[in-house]
Each structure stands twice: as C-alpha cells, then as structure tokens.
Ligand binder design. Structure first.
Ligand SMILES: Cc1cc2nc3c(=O)[nH]c(=O)nc-3n(C[C@H](O)[C@H](O)[C@H](O)COP(=O)(O)O)c2cc1C
Length: 164
C-alpha cells in the first residue's frame, strides 16, 4: 500500500475560535481513525494549515471532501509526496491547535494574499507540526478544542462530544 503525506493551507470562512471547528474535529477523529489517516490541524490567524498522513486512496478521497467543504476556501497543496508507512503523528487521528502565522512567516498580507511556500519550506512546516503534535501529546494545550495535558484520544473525543 502506498502512503502519502500532504500539507495544504486554506482560508477559513469562520473566525478563529469559532465553535464550528468542534464539528470538524469530531468528524475528523472518527473518520480518520477508521481510514488509517493521522494528522494535525492548525488555526493560524485567519488560515488553516493541515498536515495529513495515510493510505494514498484515503488521503485523495479526504482531500476531495475537503475541497468541497464550505467552511474554508482557496485550498492550496503545499506538499504531497510518498511517505513511509509509519505515521509521524502516532496517536493523532487528528490534532488541533492554534498557532501564530507570523511564527511561520506566513501571515496574510494587507490584501489577504499568501506568499508562495516551496516544497522544501513546506517540509519544514510539516516537521514543525509533527514536533508540535508530540509536544501537545505530552504536555497538552490550553487552547479551546485542543487536547489537554494527559488526555488520550478517546478521552479527548468524549470531551468534544460532551461539549457539542
Ligand atoms: C479545515 C478542515 C479540516 C478537516 N479535516 C478533516 C479530516 O481530517 N478528516 C475528515 O474526515 N474530515 C475533515 N474535515 C471535514 C470534511 O470536510 C467533511 O465535512 C467530513 O469529512 C464529512 O464527514 P461526515 O460525512 O462524517 O460528516 C475537515 C474540514 C475542514 C474545513
């Protein structure tokens, strides 16, 4: 089976901290776990960055659904390449956190435009998301809808379900 890693960015149609992200996360955790997909989603000041890893067919099917999802627009694939079978996001059917776009030097400009990001830089962003996922797995994140300290994925999903 071929595995892919994919990184894309998009523009949310909802504001940061919007409760609609809860529905995204609950669907993602359930669907991805069933399909062998893992990954991480960042809300970064008016942008989404999402890293995905999984079987190529499952990733392609998910990306087709993502492109049709009205909760964001202008999806741009920054990286899509074959990956090792083992996920760099073990224990993350889907993670979620907030991040400052300026830390990536990837803010929107005054016209809402995005500067180009080439594959090598996209690989570095992917690696940063992998590191962030590991940090949050260990220590938790205090941001709304993110996983808390010591919370495993089952407890996380149960908490998200309870707050929906
Ligand atoms: C930024 C963003 C990220 C998403 N990530 C995922 C994901 O990782 N997995 C997933 O199944 N759906 C994800 N979704 C939701 C899908 O677009 C779609 O609504 C969902 O897969 C439909 O699942 P359902 O038929 O179980 O409701 C995401 C949506 C957005 C806007």
């Amino acid at each position: 089976m071929t595995f892919l890693q994919l990184l894309y960015r998009s523009i949310p149609r909802t504001p940061d901290f919007d409760p609609s992200d809860l529905a995204i996360l609950r669907a993602s955790l359930r669907n991805n776990a069933a399909r062998g997909i893992t990954g991480y989603l960042w809300r970064a000041n008016g942008q989404f960055f999402q890293a995905l890893h999984g079987p190529a067919e499952a990733i392609e099917a998910l990306f087709a659904r993502l492109e049709a999802d009205p909760r964001h627009r202008d999806l741009e694939i920054l990286l899509k390449e074959p990956a090792e079978d083992a996920s760099p996001f073990p224990d993350w059917s889907m993670g979620y956190d907030h991040f400052l776009a300026l830390e990536l030097d990837a803010e929107l400009d005054e016209n809402g435009a995005r500067r180009p990001i080439a594959a090598e830089e996209a690989r570095q962003i992917y690696a940063r998301m992998v590191a962030a996922a590991e940090e949050v797995r260990r220590y938790g994140s205090a941001f709304p809808y993110a996983r808390g300290a010591g919370e495993d994925e089952a407890a996380y999903l149960a908490r998200l379900d309870a707050s929906a």
